[in-house]
Ligand binder design. Structure first.
Ligand code: APR
Length: 248
């Protein structure tokens, strides 16, 4: 594995523009369950019933049962060595942006400055009926949270059936089209359109470095270097190897 880590570090050091694409797996070691692993969120909540915009419009109280459980877990979560390692790479000038599917804000809390939230974020809420916006602190502990107009508020996370925020989508696609190295960390890469980005980067000639507990749909056809293992371990080893090569 050390040879692969070294190869990945060389690719990052030789790249003029490196991106990181992250999914729920990067936050599992912070105590936040992912979605599709055994015991993940979708084992306990059917995404059709709890994570689609239609289910929210039909029965917001029911969807808030899951949202409340997730919010209480995320509130207790802190950045782990993988989030911190990516922030360090950015600080060293070796990582341009993190494009994340996560809404837990842990990349920002770890110190990453350029974070593109592909699936929105949970730090603000919107009323689908009167379009009022609230910061989540204004509604903390209120379940379900109500708008002044009397309707139940929706967090600004992207539900199935909703559009990706246009700026996030555009900027992510542009960066994926010009990057020279791509770190893909903790994602099963099964959700579209996020899963277009690795293929776009591959087509652009980028070196694709995948860090994941298990092989994914990318591993055999898109990935150039698979660092199979825990995100905290692999990212930390990658950062150490890059520092060693740079003589830091
Ligand atoms: N280190 C590295 N990888 C891990 C770890 C870990 N500690 N723990 C889990 N993983 C891997 C799993 O093996 C899995 O391949 O992370 C991946 C997580 O995949 P998913 O649970 O499908 O999460 P994600 O890819 O982020 O889902 C994408 O689907 O439901 C929607 O909106 C939701 O943003 C989410 C999207």
């Amino acid at each position: 594995m050390d040879g692969l880590i070294e190869k990945a570090a060389q690719a990052v050091l030789g790249s003029k523009l490196t991106l990181a694409l992250t999914g729920a797996g990067i936050s599992v070691e912070s105590g936040i369950p992912d979605f599709r692993s055994k015991g993940g969120l979708w084992d306990r909540y059917d995404p059709e019933e709890y994570a689609s915009i239609y289910s929210f419009q039909k029965n917001p109280e029911k969807v808030w049962l899951m949202l409340r459980e997730m919010e209480e877990i995320v509130d207790k979560a802190r950045p782990n060595a993988a989030h911190i390692g990516l922030a360090e790479l950015e600080h060293m000038g070796l990582l341009r942006s993190v494009i994340t599917q996560n809404v837990d804000n842990l990349h920002q809390e770890a110190g990453s400055k350029d974070v593109i939230e592909y699936h929105g974020n949970s730090r603000s809420l919107t009323c689908l009926w009167c379009n009022r916006h609230y910061d989540y602190t204004e509604k903390k502990g209120e379940y379900p949270p109500y708008c002044a107009c009397g309707k139940i508020l929706k967090p600004d996370v992207v539900f199935f059936g909703e559009a990706i925020p246009i700026e996030a989508m555009t900027r992510s696609y542009q960066l994926a089209s010009i990057c020279q190295a791509l770190l893909i960390i903790g994602t099963s890469a099964v959700v579209s359109p996020f899963n277009v980005l690795p293929r776009q980067a591959k087509q652009a000639g980028a070196t694709i470095i995948e860090i994941n507990l298990e092989k994914t749909v990318l591993s055999d056809h898109i990935t150039d270097i698979l660092l199979q293992g825990k995100a905290t371990e692999m990212v930390s080893k990658l950062v150490s190897a890059a520092k060693k090569i740079k003589g830091l």
